[in-house]
Design a protein around this ligand. Structure first.
Ligand SMILES: Cc1ncc(COP(=O)(O)O)c(C=O)c1O
Length: 380
């Protein structure tokens, strides 16, 4: 097993999450919609408890504000299309940013194809969306602003609380994709003043294929799946009970362990950054400076661009022993260049590396990675 430094792509399931899920595969296997007997009711109780646990961690006002989905792709689609298609008569303008995840960008593109107007905001050199740009883009027919909490490639943390205050004052809904935030930065829906928040279990040491959307009451959404009307009519389909219990446990752990996790991850990430800077003086940092502006960047994220020769030497030194991403995993599935790095103005021909540490990363692993980085400098 290589040293895994790709925790933005996915995370292993935390043993505490796995233990919490286990009874819900074989012992408590009922369908939570089967309310005529105890088998179903037991599963339903687990789902409702999970909903309440997640709501408490987010400081939501009611468990009913949590809607379970299959992950953040679905949550983003439900938030964006759901708001736009409900608010249609009031306005058909949506604002988002060029560096959003494709699940947001392509949901907005689908709206555009349906005749909605979408403003795609540029970002500043460090990847941040300017609040002044959002102010300038707001119109009388704007119904939604969607800006991610933290970017999955360059780790930049957006000024969501400022956008929340702005949107609330202007009567416009704010959605944030917080998929990469849990366990790294606080996700408090009251402090952030957000109306919709997307999350995904597999990015926070939970299982794959389950997520949720926080929907502030009384915000109304048009469902995107037709079916039996589960989740208050917002998301039809039999609920993934073990996954939902796993998500709730993962969210709770991400809150309980937040301070210790982020302190450790930042320390390990900074060691890699310092080693890279020493080995390759020409390295270009993508996103905010981890050392001088740590609050603006996820504590576990490093994203750099290297001149071709130095990049090739580093990748050779990593070999099969260190697993890092040469761009976002979600992007590389389609074989395209990173739209995030393109938005930052990075030239073609550079070697782009995303290195993300995680809860299980050890000092010993980072010692080995740092040694390989130092060795690559000799060869470059
Ligand atoms: C910021 C962000 N949003 C959405 C997604 C999609 O999440 P999921 O895999 O749960 O559909 C990802 C996955 O990489 C992500 O990083």
């Amino acid at each position: 097993m290589p040293i895994y430094l790709d925790y933005h792509a996915t995370t292993p399931v935390d043993p505490r999450v796995f233990a919490a899920m286990t009874p819900y595969f074989m012992e408590v296997f009922g369908n939570p919609a089967s309310t005529s007997h105890a088998v179903g009711l037991k599963a339903r109780a687990a789902v409702e408890q999970a909903r309440a646990r997640i709501a408490a961690c987010l400081h939501a006002t009611s468990p009913r504000e949590i809607v379970f989905t299959s992950g953040a792709t679905e949550s983003n689609n439900l938030a964006i299309k759901g708001v736009a298609r409900t608010c249609g008569p009031r306005g058909r303008h949506v604002i988002t940013a060029v560096t959003e995840h494709k699940a947001v960008l392509n949901a907005c593109k689908a709206l555009q194809d349906d005749g909605y107007d979408v403003t795609l905001l540029p970002v500043q050199p460090d990847g941040r969306v300017s609040v002044a740009d959002v102010v300038a883009a707001l119109r009388s027919d704007t119904v939604l602003v969607s800006v991610m909490h933290a970017n999955n490639e360059i780790g930049v943390v957006q000024e969501i609380a400022a956008l929340g205050a702005l949107c609330r004052a202007r009567g416009v809904l704010l959605h944030t994709d917080a998929t990469q935030s849990f366990g790294k930065v606080s996700v408090d829906v009251q402090a952030l003043q957000v109306d919709l928040v997307s999350m995904s279990a597999h990015k926070m040491y939970g299982p794959k294929g389950v997520g949720a959307l926080y929907v502030r009451s009384p915000c109304r959404l048009a469902p995107q799946l037709d079916g039996g009307g589960h989740e208050g009519g917002l998301r039809s389909g039999t609920l993934n009970v073990p996954g939902i219990v796993g998500l709730a446990t993962a969210v709770e752990l991400s809150c309980a362990d937040l301070d210790q996790d982020r302190r450790k991850q930042r320390r390990l990430r900074d060691r890699v950054w310092v080693a890279l800077r020493e080995a390759c003086p020409d390295v270009l940092l993508n996103g905010p400076d981890p050392l001088t502006n740590p609050e603006a960047r996820l504590p576990n994220n490093l994203n750099v661009s290297l001149p071709a020769a130095a990049g090739a030497a580093l990748l050779a030194a990593f070999g099969d022993e260190v697993a890092v991403s040469t761009s976002s995993a979600c992007t590389s599935a389609s074989g395209e260049a990173s739209h995030v790095l393109t938005a930052l103005g990075r030239a073609a021909g550079l070697v782009n590396l995303r290195i993300s540490v995680g809860r299980p990363t050890t000092d010993d692993e980072i010692d080995q990675v740092v040694a390989r980085i130092a060795r690559s400098a000799v060869r470059a």
